[in-house]
Design a protein around this ligand. Structure first.
Ligand SMILES: Cc1ncc(C[n+]2csc(CCOP(=O)(O)OP(=O)(O)O)c2C)c(N)n1
Length: 484
């Protein structure tokens, strides 16, 4: 009997050890892939294949930890560094990330913005094609990222406030597809220097007053582009200066936690109960994630070697979160060196392949346009200007849709009667309009453009006359009161 129990316990232990080990290695795989994505992404921009790049290198480990506690029904209102969180939550693939980097206008490839947003600006669908709500209580949700830093804060507050409304207002409780009794948490992310903005402070204050399920993650890498935090955060510590907001017995307020961005185990340990507390009690919290590094600097528009000291750069190498997680895995005998090397090499390969597929998906439709354009132009190739335009178009290694239209426009100016080319030009313009000039607003039944018109006052319309009189009487009464 005792033996059986021991065997059971042993199996149980082994099972949970294996489950734990597998979960850690799955996370390690994601962080390695995400890092490769950042490294390769920067190269793609600097070699001219994309216009601008901003990446989440240095935050990988903190974000896999955060993603562990992000559940269906929850929301993220974040900013441009959250690629690892998106990969870990199953809301983005590496291929989709690169598709957005290249600005692929096909929503099947860039599901976040169909090439209309800067890279790393994520979103998930909240409405269907008709503009009706999707069952958000069953999915992990991301409100569309916006470029103004801290703009995500008030929206995060609004989403958390919605959960409070769903829990407290009886009339909303039948909307089960949108909320499960307000048990959702809104995960809000922000960089340390953006916490100096008014939106941050207004949000934290309102969350403390309203008591809403908001989890704010401050990714603290010590800089706002090139400006060190001593020039923008009092006491150089956002959690220290927020301490007056700390909720205590009998007060409202927020909970404040300090985490280290390279400490995988430590972060998981703090986050598990903390997120559960927010979910249950609706007491908001700020997670100040310190000692985040930025291996490639702020964005592709700069080089951090120009503003970080040699000492800081050295420190960042040593405290790189992936290096630290790797050492922790080995120290705790969760994997052998060889196994980790295999994961790292596979990550390089998978990222390279995903990037290539994304590039092919982006460039092939344009190459087809170039080919067709050259075909249609070649009829007029005797004309020197046409020949020139063809040669210019063909010489562009990575052509844009714009290059195709420009080449055709030059030829149409030159050749008086080119009906097929003119028709193709119109076809491309119609296609491009659909790709770039549609869906700025809800085009479904709930479109603001479909709201019934309310006519202005007409003296011969009985109901408006009546409404007008009611208003007049109201103002008269108001003035009388004021005069008294
Ligand atoms: C309202 C606004 N001001 C300025 C900018 C330009 N800008 C983009 S990122 C950035 C620095 C943000 O630094 P931080 O919040 O620390 O985040 P990090 O990029 O370091 O993660 C600035 C000033 C902007 N996008 N929006």
């Amino acid at each position: 009997m005792e033996n059986t129990t021991n065997t059971d316990a042993f199996l149980q232990d082994k099972l949970s050890f294996d489950t734990f080990r597998n979960a850690v290695l799955a996370d390690y795989k994601i962080v390695c892939q995400s890092r490769e994505t950042s490294l390769l992404g920067r190269k793609e921009v600097l070699t001219g294949k994309a216009k601008f790049g901003i990446f989440g290198d240095g935050q990988e480990v903190a974000q896999v930890a955060m993603a562990k506690f992000f559940k269906p029904g929850d929301f993220r209102s974040g900013y441009y560094r959250d690629q690892t969180f998106m990969f870990a939550s199953g809301l983005a693939t590496i291929e989709q990330f690169f598709s957005q980097l290249y600005a692929n206008p096909n929503v099947a490839y860039d599901p976040f913005s169909a090439g209309r947003q800067m890279n790393a600006h994520f979103a998930t669908k909240m409405v269907n094609e008709n503009g009706e709500w999707l069952p958000l209580a069953n999915t992990k949700n991301v409100s569309s990222d916006i470029a103004p830093t801290a703009g995500q804060m008030p929206r995060g507050l609004g989403l958390a406030y919605a959960s409070k409304a769903f829990r407290k207002i009886e009339g909303l409780q039948n909307l089960k597809d949108l909320s499960t009794n307000g048990n959702e948490v809104c995960f809000c992310t922000i960089g340390d220097s953006s916490t100096s903005e008014g939106h941050f402070w207004e949000t934290i204050n309102a969350a403390g007053v309203l008591q809403v399920p908001l989890a704010v993650f401050v990714w603290d890498n010590g800089y706002g582009i090139s400006v060190p935090k001593k020039f923008q955060t009092t006491k150089s510590s956002i959690s220290d200066v927020l301490s007056g907001f700390q909720k205590t017995e009998g007060t409202n307020g927020i909970d404040i936690y300090k985490l280290k961005g390279w400490d995988y185990a430590g972060m998981c340990e703090i986050l598990e109960p903390a997120i559960e507390k927010i979910r249950e009690t609706h007491i908001p919290a700020v997670f100040h994630v310190e000692e985040i590094t930025q291996p490639q600097g702020h964005s592709t528009s700069g080089s951090h070697e120009r503003y970080k000291s040699a000492e800081r750069l050295e420190w960042e190498k040593e405290w790189d979160c992936i290096k630290q997680m790797r050492e922790w895995i080995l120290e705790n005998a969760l994997a052998e060196e060889e196994e980790l090397v295999t994961i790292e090499e596979n990550a390089k390969e998978i990222t390279k392949q995903s990037k290539q597929t994304a590039w092919d998906n982006y460039i092939n439709p344009i190459k087809t346009q170039v080919q067709k354009t050259i075909e249609l132009m070649s009829v007029y190739a005797e004309n020197a200007a046409v020949k020139d335009s063809m040669a210019t178009l063909q010489s562009i290694k990575e052509p844009l849709r714009r290059d195709v239209l420009k080449a055709i426009a030059i030829v149409l100016d030159e050749v008086e009667n080119a009906p097929e080319l003119a028709a193709y030009y119109q076809q491309l313009k119609t296609e491009n309009k659909k790709l770039y000039n549609t869906k700025l607003y809800n085009e479904g039944e709930k479109s603001a453009l479909k709201v019934a018109e309310i006519k202005p006052y007409y003296a011969d319309d009985a109901s408006t006359v009546n409404g007008f009189e009611v208003l007049n009487n109201y103002f008269d009464a108001l003035f009388e009161t004021n005069e008294k």
